[in-house]
Design a binder for this molecule. Structure first.
Ligand code: ZN
Length: 409
């Protein structure tokens, strides 16, 4: 029986508006067995001294792409499935070192299911990494954000996109995702900034097409995450019954209110907008993105302020893979800069993200919950930037990064 006692100077439990003072956590077999001012000290239990640290539930990033490298998408289509899985594992471990103990991967560009394999290998203990929740592919209409053919001469005809147009095709794609182990269905109902031949300001599924997708997914027990942009697209997705709006680049007040009423989560990927703004200013934004992002960037920032000023459920998600995983931790700061309180940003990455994933055992610190813990100096509810100084990571009760250890193990 693997046991340890973590002595915390202060503690954010994932929910409470105030930090708790000195708290001890008894960890047994990957779970929190006891928690309080003083817990039992079983013989042989390792004592981990974080008495000058704030301990939080491990962070959850609900929007990553472990097997997509935005800077090299064309070359990457030639990589084998195994190569993508192995490089994804390396990125997942790097990100775990920053404190992200659970990731929702929202799609790969591969005919096989590398992220499903990765999730299973981690769950089986074959390799060490963060917990993965997986939407295997990005189901898209042809010519939509998930259709990569716009990047390549048509003669390539590489089977890297997952597209369908008829209701029957759409149902088949959803059923195939389910049959091969997807936890979620990922789709797109507006264009993107980096994709060729589409526009985030336009809706890309017909109502009946997205309806068929959501209905099929619901019957199979799979929640739906939708990459979305235009205000009309956000409304369409909420009406269709998706569980999370990804990006929601151009959402308006009506859309945010609809989402709040329907209990739909928004994953606003605010750091990515900052990354794109920096590229626009540096003149390094890919050519196909320039006209769209130049037109929309101020509206995106306005939409982010509307989200921040509302009561809607906001979950932490970055789109890492589209930019370096080392920048994923900066979403905390981007959220606070957009107007979220530090408390709401911390909940977004812990208890609210866990609620999105319907995982009561994650994102909170209480007896019975998973022993996924991070330690950082300072008080994140007063200064959110201390999240960038995480220097202790425990995942499933095992220390992944010992206090003060360098980032890459
Ligand atoms: Zn994405």
């Amino acid at each position: 029986m693997a046991e340890s006692v973590v002595v915390c100077g202060t503690l954010f439990d994932g929910v409470s508006a105030e930090l708790a003072g000195h708290t001890e956590i008894l960890v047994r077999d990957g779970l929190i067995a006891e928690m309080g001012p003083a817990v039992s000290r079983p013989e042989g239990a390792e004592v981990i001294d974080l008495s000058d640290r704030t301990v939080s539930p491990g962070f959850i990033d609900t929007h990553v792409h472990l097997t997509m490298d935005a800077g090299a998408l064309a070359r990457q289509t030639l990589d084998s499935t195994a190569t993508k899985a192995l490089s994804g594992l390396s990125l997942a471990r790097e990100y775990l070192g920053h404190g992200f103990t659970t990731l929702r991967d929202l799609g790969c560009m591969d005919p096989e299911f590398p992220t499903v394999d990765l999730r299973n290998a981690i769950d089986l203990g074959l390799v060490v990494g963060p917990r993965l929740v997986v939407a295997a592919h990005i189901l898209s209409p042809s010519g939509g954000h998930g259709d990569l053919s716009g990047f390549y001469p048509s003669r390539w005809d590489l089977p890297v996109s997952t597209v369908g147009d008829s209701l029957g095709e759409i149902r088949r794609l959803v059923r195939r995702e389910h049959a091969h182990g997807s936890d979620w269905v990922k789709t797109v109902n507006a264009g993107g900034y980096f994709s060729v031949g589409d526009d985030p300001a336009r809706v890309s599924w017909l109502d009946e097409e997205l309806g068929a997708l959501c209905e099929t997914a619901a019957q199979l027990g799979l929640p739906v995450a939708v990459h979305t942009g235009a205000a009309d697209a956000c409304r369409q997705a909420i009406r269709a019954g998706v569980r999370s709006l990804e990006h929601a680049y151009l959402i308006d007040e009506e859309g945010v209110e609809m989402a709040a009423r329907a209990g739909v989560f928004i994953v606003p990927t605010m750091q990515m907008t900052q990354e794109d703004l920096a590229m626009l200013q540096a003149g390094t934004l890919p050519q196909q993105a320039v006209w769209k992002f130049t037109r929309d960037n101020q509206q995106i920032l306005q939409s982010q302020r509307i989200i921040a000023g509302s009561e809607v459920k906001v979950a932490y998600g970055t789109d890492c893979g589209m930019f370096p995983f080392s920048h994923g931790i900066l979403e905390f700061q981007a959220m606070v800069n957009a107007g979220l309180t530090p408390l709401r940003a911390m909940r977004a990455a812990t208890s609210v993200a866990a609620e999105l994933l319907a995982r009561e055992d994650l994102g909170v610190l209480r007896p019975g919950a998973a022993a996924d813990l991070v330690g950082m100096p300072g008080n994140p509810l007063a200064d959110i930037s201390v999240t960038s100084q995480v220097d202790f990571v425990m995942a499933r009760g095992a220390v992944f990064r010992g206090r003060g250890a360098p980032l890459t193990p």
